[in-house]
Design a protein around this ligand. Sequence first.
Ligand code: ATR
Length: 270
Amino acid sequence: MIDRYCVFGHPVGHSKSPAIHSAFAEQTGEHLEYTAIEAPLDDFAGAWRAFVAEGGRGANVTVPFKEAAFGLCDTLSERARRAGAVNTLILGGNGLTYGDTTDGVGLVRDLKRHEVHLAGARILVLGAGGAVRGVLEPLLTEGPASVRIANRTAAKATALAEDFGDLGTIGGGGFAAVEGPFDLVINGTSASLAGDLPPLPDALFAAGATAHDMMYGAEPTVFLRWAAERGARPVDGLGMLVEQAAESFFQWRGKRPDTAPVLEALRRSL
Ligand code: ATR
């Protein structure tokens, strides 16, 4: 039976993961099948079990199942444990399910590809939801000078900062208290989806700063346009998407795909 992989989501029709992983498989000569599966909202564990029974060896997990996936794992990576969410399921030879989250590694790899120096950097992260929680551990272990989390609901940012306080200098609060300059500003809110911009001061960016938005599209997001007008270099979330996929692929197959041509093709298809 062919090794099967999939992305679980709801909805999942828009997912780029099948195209990305099929390209990785072709490039590395791995024989596998990767599809998109819309799991029922009330029984994610059942969907995973049914997939395993049909030859499933691993899966990516996207909205809204990352917490449900976390809940069904027999073992977890440290970064998944801290994130409280899983985007990669791996079926072990013993039949146990191992969970990891590769979003943060994907973000860090993409930033490095753009030659962003994380060690010693002053970083501002916008948002305090699941997307941000998922990337904090890999960011903090790169040794930034400081990480500040700013969120519309200030208490959520403060609570998140407390959860990760043992990994480095990290603080949290509302947008109103934000004071630049920052070397890197990462937008992990879903505000871009609605075309909204968090209320931020104009003097946010240090010279040579980078602005990263976890969202992507054919056009730059509102946040990236705003940042570019203030001198920051804009980087959207497409590279992070491809890099997190590459890390999942590595966990499953032990091979690291070359992400550059896959990212280029994906960019052209937007
Ligand atoms: P995700 O899993 O994508 O992180 P989430 O957990 O619902 O989704 O979190 C969404 C994040 O985007 C939150 O930080 C949210 O702010 P609140 O905690 O105050 O709700 C933020 N967000 C959503 N829409 C926003 C907007 N229009 N302006 C600013 N922040 C917004």
